[in-house]
Design a protein around this ligand. Structure first.
Ligand code: ADP
Ligand code: F6P
Length: 324
């Protein structure tokens, strides 16, 4: 154990994700368990710039394990990309006596963590985003809960689509990543899924699939569209015109970011939060905690950011096969 680690901080950054509170709680409680002080940095990197930092006690994180959102709040702080601002933040953190910082967020947040480390503050990153788009990790905090929220909504939309013989076009989050779209499509038995990672031909991949379904006796259908494709209202109109099937569009929006975390997110976030503290206590820095082949490991942030994660094409194929 590094004797010189006496005080650490924790922050959440980027889009919030259910389970972030469980991770904060684990960082705070694991630090206190090991006899070190812990500080919460509010509103992501903004708090490190303006000193919005508060001491946390074991009781500060009571009753938050089951809550969505993040008690430390989060932000997108564009200023933090400037080197001068990062150096000032390190000065402020060092002035408070912080020996390390745990950053919970997505790959943008990891770049911030890497910059802090470059300027002298030890950091450990934890993947937290509903998008599941962290290249170096099979798991990200919040994705599992988000999928449960999406499937609950899609199941409800299927009820009403079925009652009215309609096509329901449902837009889910994911500007650059189609994980939410494709896994919810599989889990809900959608006929069609459109994601930013794979090109599609509207006539062949949407209209013809729906028409074939109608010819086989299907009366309603579900089309899942990732946010990165967008235009779900327009897509619903085009489907109605081309197939004669009455169509409605629903954009699920930020409902996907909230809610009580699932058991998977509570457990994984707790494990990752505790590991982050242990890594700092072991004198490690500039590491990201990841899941690889089902195991929690840690790797260099730079190396993690350079990795690539492809949306498996077989998942797209599975949606197609299941829609016959
Ligand atoms: P996420 O962490 O979910 O990917 P963002 O990409 O919005 O979300 O990044 C969150 C925050 O991380 C940004 O608002 C900014 O404060 C910080 N950040 C992003 N990119 C960088 C970068 N290249 N260098 C330093 N900080 C960054
Ligand atoms: O990264 C999480 C996410 O919810 C994306 O799926 C979505 O594209 C984006 O954040 C929305 O961001 P904002 O909260 O700024 O609307």
């Amino acid at each position: 154990m590094a004797e010189n680690v006496k005080k650490i901080g924790v922050l959440t950054s980027g889009g919030d994700a259910p389970g972030m509170n469980a991770a904060i709680r684990a960082v705070v409680r694991c630090a206190i368990y090991n006899g070190i002080e812990v500080y919460g940095v509010n509103k992501g990197y903004n708090g490190l710039i303006n000193g919005d930092i508060v001491k946390m006690e074991a009781r500060s994180v009571g009753e938050i394990l089951q809550k969505g959102g993040t008690i430390l709040q989060t932000a997108r702080c564009l200023e933090f990309k400037q080197e001068e601002v990062q150096k000032e933040a390190v000065k402020l953190a060092k002035g408070l006596g912080l020996d390390g910082l745990v950053v919970i967020g997505g790959d943008g947040s990891f770049r911030g963590a890497q910059a802090l480390c470059r300027h002298g503050l030890s950091t450990i990153a934890i993947p937290g985003t509903i998008d599941n788009d962290i290249s170096c990790s099979e798991y990200t905090i919040g994705y599992n809960t988000c999928l449960n929220t999406v499937i609950e909504a899609v199941d409800k939309l299927r009820d009403t689509s079925s009652s009215h013989d309609r096509c329901s076009v449902i837009e889910v989050m994911g500007r650059h990543a189609g994980y939410i779209a494709v896994e919810s499509a599989i889990a809900c038995g959608a006929e069609v899924v459109l994601v930013p990672e794979f090109e599609y031909d509207f006539e062949r991949d949407v209209i013809n699939v729906i028409k074939k379904g109608l010819a086989r006796g299907k009366k309603h259908c579900i089309v899942i569209v990732a946010e990165g494709i967008g235009g779900s209202v327009e897509i619903a109109k085009k489907i109605e015109e081309a197939t004669g099937m009455e169509s409605r569009a629903t954009i699920l929006g930020h409902i996907q970011r909230g809610g009580s975390p699932s058991v998977t997110d509570r457990v994984m976030a707790s494990r990752m939060g505790a590991i982050a503290v242990e890594l700092l206590l072991d004198g490690k820095e500039n590491r990201v905690i990841c899941v690889e082949n089902g195991q929690i490991i840690d790797r260099d942030i730079e190396e993690g950011l350079a990795m690539k994660k492809e949306l498996p094409i077989e998942l797209m194929g599975l949606v197609k096969k299941m829609s016959v």
